[in-house]
Design a protein around this ligand. Structure first.
Ligand code: FO1
Length: 322
């Protein structure tokens, strides 16, 4: 697989926006957009059925970002969208709280038709990525049905109900990854975790984005057992989440809202914790957990910032000792 002796093989465990941005940085840092070197294991716990179509928001955010088509302002969806179909759906009496653009809908039409015809999610994802010119390999963690359910004071709701419809305003009292117990890792997922030189956990929400990956039987064990050098990037900077509800979720589930709190969650699963310069003072307490620490600017703005962070991570962890 490794056609470039100087570049390591890298696997990224990714959620939505933070995962997509680091995936983009890695694709820029590795030869040929990561064609031979980058595998991304993506979250499907956020998946939802809307208007009869299966939407896989986190897979699509990674795919669109790698294709250079993502709406960078919002972080999700396609750039230059129009909403004619959604407007018409509303006119026909459909509930349109989940914003689906006209071009984005084409992805969901292709995906839903493929699944109906018996094609696994991993296969149609590969096909969509190839069609959009994505060189890296994007693997849904499972081809089986897995849905994140969120316990709130208002009851148990589906993930997008919590995240979009209720604007992640509810306290998260607990999480269920429905279907995870019996889900099988999609083809290539366990190999991507085991058979790689660098394993990166993206600055994604540890509970909402990373945990549903680890909940698929075999994935957590593969992460524990891999000989890869493993690094996690903290999604918490200066005690705040860069995007989304990570801070609230950590707090209501009883964890410290800091890079140290995140490091505690990942102890035993990674070797290195990457924290932002704003959290340099947490380096020693994190080292006390037995982790190495990289302190750098983790705020990924545009492509240059993403590539810089990716290169710094690859330099810091180096190839796995053999
Ligand atoms: N996020 C929103 O806040 N509002 C939306 O209406 C919305 C629609 C949407 C459609 C397609 C897609 O791929 C993503 C979409 N997202 C939307 C983002 C998504 O809900 C979340 O960012 C992720 O699930 C969390 O990682």
């Amino acid at each position: 697989m490794d056609s470039s002796p100087s570049a390591p093989r890298v696997t990224l465990l990714a959620g939505g926006v933070g995962g997509a941005r680091l995936a983009h940085g890695l694709a820029l840092a590795l030869p040929d957009g990561g064609a031979e070197h980058l595998r991304i294991v993506g979250n499907v716990g956020d998946d939802t059925e809307r208007h009869g179509l299966l939407v896989s928001p986190d897979l699509d955010t990674v795919m669109y970002t790698l294709a250079g088509l993502n709406d960078e302002q919002r972080g999700w969806g396609l750039t230059g969208e129009t909403y004619g179909v959604l407007d018409q759906l509303a006119r026909l009496g459909e509930d349109t709280w989940f914003t689906l653009g006209d071009k984005d809908l084409a992805t969901h039409v292709v995906r839903t038709a493929a699944l109906r015809d018996g094609e696994p999610l991993s296969a149609v994802t590969a096909r969509l990525c190839a069609a959009l010119g994505v060189h890296a390999t994007l693997l849904p963690v499972t081809d089986d049905r897995l849905r994140t359910l969120v316990d709130t004071p208002a009851g148990r709701v589906a993930f997008q109900e919590y995240f979009v419809r209720r604007q992640h305003a509810d306290a998260v009292l607990g999480l269920t990854f429905d279907g995870a117990d019996t889900a099988r890792p999609a083809p290539g997922v366990l190999a991507a975790v085991r058979d790689t030189e660098v394993l990166v956990v993206a600055p994604s929400n540890p509970f909402l984005s990373v945990e549903p990956l680890l909940a698929v039987p075999g994935v957590r064990d593969a992460l524990r057992a891999t000989s890869a050098r493993r690094v996690a990037v903290s999604p918490i900077v200066g005690g705040r989440a860069l995007k989304g509800p990570a801070a609230q979720v950590l707090e209501t589930l009883g964890h410290e809202v800091s890079a140290l709190g995140v490091a505690r969650l990942y102890t035993g699963l990674v070797d290195v914790m990457c924290v932002d310069e704003a959290d340099a003072a947490l380096a020693d307490p994190i080292r006390d957990l037995g982790l190495d620490v990289v302190v750098t600017d983790t705020i990924m703005g545009g492509p240059a910032g993403r590539e810089r962070l990716a290169r710094e991570l690859l330099t810091a962890v180096g190839p796995a000792p053999r």
